[in-house]
Every structure is written in C-alpha cells, then in structure tokens.
Write a protein that binds this ligand. Sequence first.
Ligand SMILES: *Cc1c(COP(=O)(O)O)cnc(C)c1O
Length: 354
Amino acid sequence: MIQVTKTYLPNKDKYKAYVDRIFESGQLTNAGSLVQELELRLAEHLGVKHLICVASGSLALQVAYKALGLEGEVITSPFSFAATTSTLLWEGLTPKFCDINPQTFNLAPELIESHITDKTSAIVPVHVFGNPCDVEQIQAIADKHKLKVIYDAAHAFGVTYKDRSVLQHGDISTLSFHSTKIFHTIEGGAIITSSNEVAAKVRLMINFGISGPNKTEGLGINAKMNEFEAAMGLCVLDDIAKISQNRSNHVAEYTEVIGDKLTFQKTNAFSSKLFSYMPVLFDTEAELLQVKEALEVEGIFARRYFYPSLDVVYSKGVLCPVSNAISQRVLCFPLMADLPKIVLEILGKLLQKV
Ligand SMILES: *Cc1c(COP(=O)(O)O)cnc(C)c1O
C-alpha cells in the first residue's frame, strides 16, 4: 500500500544517541538544549530572524492569534486544511471566507477588501501547497486597513520568494512539523517573526506566561516542544537536502508522466521549486474519481486536498464558489523521498486511457 505521504525516518542510531543525551541531562522539556539547538539551526537553515518551536502547527496558529491580539473577524482562505479555520473558531474569532484564485489556489488578493468591515482585525492567508501568496499585495491591503497578517505556511518549509524565505512575510508565519510534512519533529510546529517584541511575547505565551520564579506575565498556554521531538527534528534536518532533492526529482518525473493530460497549479514566478505536495487539477470531478479509484485498485492512495472547501465545513454553505469548484477537482498524488517507481508507471498507463 502506498499512501499519499510517508513519514521520513532518519538513522535510528543517530536518534538513539540523542535519546542517550536526554537521559544523561534528565531534562525532557521546557526549552531544553535540543530544542534550543533546533531553533538556531532551523532559523539559519530557513533564513529567518526568530523561530520558536511549539508543540504543533495548530498551536503555532493559536498562539500567533493571541500574541497579535486578534479579535472579531479574520479574513481567511477556505481552500486549506481544517486547522486554518478551526484554530480561529477555537480562539473565538469569526472566520470570513474570501475566495481563491482558480490557478494559484491561493487567496485572491483583489477580493480581500470586499470582506473588510470595522470588525476585521487580520488576514490569515495560506501558501497553498507551498505556493507563495501575493505577499506584497496582501501587505499593502493590511497596511491600508491596519490589519495583522498571519501566514499559515505549513506547506512552505524551505520555500523562497524573490530569493528570500517566504516565511519573512507577514507579522507572523507558522509552520507545522507534523510527521506527514516535509520536515518533521513527530508532532510540532514553529512561529516565525522578525519582531523582537512579538518573539518575546510568544516565548512567554507558550509556557503559561511564566517569566521567572513566582512571576507570571499575562495569559499563556502550554505549547512547548519537548526534547524527543527536537531530537527527531535535528536528525531529519541533517537529511533535509537529500529529502528535498529526492522529492524534487519525483515532482519532475510526475510532471513528465502527466504532461498536458492534467492541469498543474500555477506557481508564483518568484518562487523556488515546490516539492511539498503533488497536486493536479482534473477537468471534472468524475475524471478525478475515476483515476483515484483506479489507483486504489493498485494499492495507491492519492488524496483529495482540500475537500470539501472549508466554507462548507464550517459555515454549512457554499460561500466561495471558486474554492468549491477547485476542491472538487484537485487531487494530490503520493509524494515522499523514496517514491516507488511503480506509482509513475501505473499513473502513466491510467492517464493514457483518460
Ligand atoms: C498540517 C497543517 C496544519 C496543522 O498542523 P498540525 O501540526 O497538524 O497541528 C495547519 N495548516 C495547514 C495548511 C496544514 O497543512
């Protein structure tokens, strides 16, 4: 059976050596030395100023909303994983769904302003499948209306825009380090910001607001990453160049096999190559289902990211027709560092019949 993603497992002895270090130190969590090491290495690898590791990508979003003091309405994309919207609702915020561009699959910047009211406090766009949003246009709208911008950048690990990390954009960008993601720490995530003030606030918030013995500054939560997770991250990070190269090669192989039989996501002209997911757009949902089911017969499980559109999930109605139409026709093929050749062979044969 070949699933749509496969967790990358690093060298077991290397991981065990880190576990030995954890046992020797006796410190399992609370900003231990491995979390600190991982934060420094990740900030350098990605080219960002502050990177704070947390327990999950969802908590990264929730803490980001709190740290920036969001309230009322937040404009967001309905074409994403559930967490982009569920975290807003969980924090008592009202998501306002703005439709997407049918080619890039990202929030359509020209539609954002029509959703702004006097209750709007922020925009939460998603770099869908790692594809950088129109970051300049979004920032201009945010500046004009004094809104915060938080990018759900869960898919954009290692992506650059105009040769700089795309994570440098917005007041905060968040990452997910869940096992299914390109870089992982078993469970985990990160908050990225260039503001010293926001970074300091986030550090307090992820540990109950505790600033020292007998001292608590404001409300916080427990969103800390532990040492075992950081150890996994350090091992995976050692291999990230190889992982990225292999995935990139597989994307090139898919691109050749698929040719002009299906439509690809239109990627930002200023973006580095994407290899987080292998999304394709079918002409009709019926064709999508036909290919998906034919692959399943062969033990290959492609997945519909993101279906149904989140406006339907969380508002019980179609608010964004483009997102709904796209979500019915997008399928992600399996992508992993060691994709078995058989997947491309079977897909090639199937597509000849479509
Ligand atoms: C994976 C993902 C998340 C959630 O991350 P977790 O680490 O699973 O909490 C949020 N947004 C997007 C777009 C994701 O793909």
